[in-house]
Design a protein around this ligand. Structure first.
Ligand SMILES: *Cc1c(COP(=O)(O)O)cnc(C)c1O
Length: 403
């Protein structure tokens, strides 16, 4: 049974105070908090079997290698990849996207077309712009509607025989909108184009199914799903990972090296040059286990209640506007009329409430609405209705002080 107080006891940080007030952490979209079991996995690694992997014959190295590869299997299962070698452990979403973008710079030609959605994080825009500059490929954008949903009619018109790649996030980080990625993937495949899904903002809320979606690439970061920073995943279909050249040269990614010629290691090692974030990978596995022990149905139920309650209560505040009202996860992006989001965020912080303010690395969305940014409250399953009451009271207070 899901009892939020019991869950909260798993997260030591939730007990701390900020400016003398009990912390209300509503910046889960930027990074999630870490349960004790994941902290324990990190301590256990450095206390008991810290060693480099895949190289040593000694016991510690073998233990570390086994745990690291076990973590890869956990990621494979969680994302429902067909093979464990289709799971590349990276430094995070940004790194994963750059591996793919850099790989396609050897494949795309001038005049090829790539399509990106207007809801993207800068991480899923800039690498493709760089790719287009390098190759002469053309970047097209799927526009958005006022409610934060994508103009799917225009997406279908943009697709043609020149379309080679499509990039879209599963869930928008700035607004929390859930995008129709199954339709996006299916439509792209009809034209032979590959699709990369940025799942960074979806994975805290939704168990991804890369085979069910038929995604060509799916990327995410551990730190938004109760894991540590500096580790993430690049899922790619086997044939595509074989097609792409390696991203970095170094140790671990080679089979043989002579000065005449180097042959590359097979998957996944071809994309894992150098000593990886061993501890981070193992802790990522622990985070996945933790989330599954809570259960994604329970997570969705709790978060949807928070979203409904938070929306209802915030909407009662006069002059408060919520951006992105289409189908979404537990994220409320809003502004108070005539008040800069930064000022609201600063007062909320003084009252112990952590939110994100600004453009959320998604400036095109802010340009669409003609605003400098928003205040974003992003909820997790360990948040409570009482915390939302604190948020609402704090927003009211900020409004009083600033208007
Ligand atoms: C957070 C986020 C990223 C970037 O993730 P990093 O962990 O900083 O690499 C990319 N896309 C979306 C949708 C995000 O929410």
């Amino acid at each position: 049974m899901f009892i939020v107080d019991k869950i909260r006891a798993d997260f030591p940080i939730l007990n701390r105070e900020v400016h003398g007030k009990k912390l209300v952490y509503f910046d889960n979209g930027a990074t999630s908090q870490t349960p004790q079991i994941v902290i324990d996995a990190i301590v256990d690694y450095y206390s008991n079997y810290n060693a480099n992997i895949h190289r040593g014959v000694h016991t510690l190295s073998q233990e570390a290698t086994d745990k690291y590869e076990e973590a890869r299997l956990k990621v494979q299962q969680h994302f429902n990849a067909k093979h464990s070698y289709e799971i590349i452990l990276t430094a995070g979403t940004t790194h994963s996207i750059n591996v793919v973008a850099s790989g396609f710079s050897a494949i795309l030609k001038a005049g090829d077309q790539v399509i990106v959605s207007s809801l993207e994080h800068h991480s899923n825009i800039v690498p493709w712009q760089m790719l287009c500059e390098k190759t002469g490929a053309i970047l097209k954008v799927i526009p958005m509607n006022e409610d934060g949903s994508l103009r799917m009619d225009i997406y279908h018109e943009l697709l043609n025989a020149n379309t080679k790649l499509v990039f879209c996030n599963h869930v928008s980080n700035a607004l929390g909108i859930i995008n129709p990625i199954k339709e996006i993937i299916h439509a792209a495949h009809k034209f032979g184009a590959y699709v990369l899904i940025d799942g960074a903002q979806a994975v805290p809320h939704i168990k991804p199914d890369v085979q069910g979606l038929d995604a060509d690439f799916y990327v995410a970061s551990a730190h938004k799903m109760c894991g540590p920073t500096g580790v993430g995943v690049l899922y790619g279909k086997e044939e595509l990972l074989k097609l792409l050249p390696p991203y970095q040269g170094g140790g671990e990614m080679i089979e043989t090296v002579t000065f005449e010629k180097t042959t590359y290691a097979g998957l996944p090692h071809k994309f894992e040059a150098g000593t990886p974030n061993i501890c981070g990978g193992i802790a990522f596995g622990a985070a996945i286990d933790y989330l599954n022990s809570i259960g994604f149905d329970n997570i969705a139920k709790q978060e949807n209640e928070l979203l409904a309650y938070g929306t209802q209560e915030l909407e009662k505040i006069e002059g408060l506007k919520i951006y992105g009202t289409s189908d979404k996860v537990a994220v409320i992006s809003f502004n108070l009329e005539g008040i800069h989001p930064y000022d609201v965020g600063s007062i909320l912080d003084k009252l112990g409430v952590a939110v994100r303010t600004g453009h959320h690395c998604a400036q095109p969305i802010m340009n669409f609405y003609g605003i400098p940014g928003t205040v974003r409250a992003s909820f997790a399953f360990y948040n409570t209705k009482q915390e939302i009451d604190v948020l609402v009271a704090s927003v009211k207070r900020a409004k009083m002080m600033l208007s």
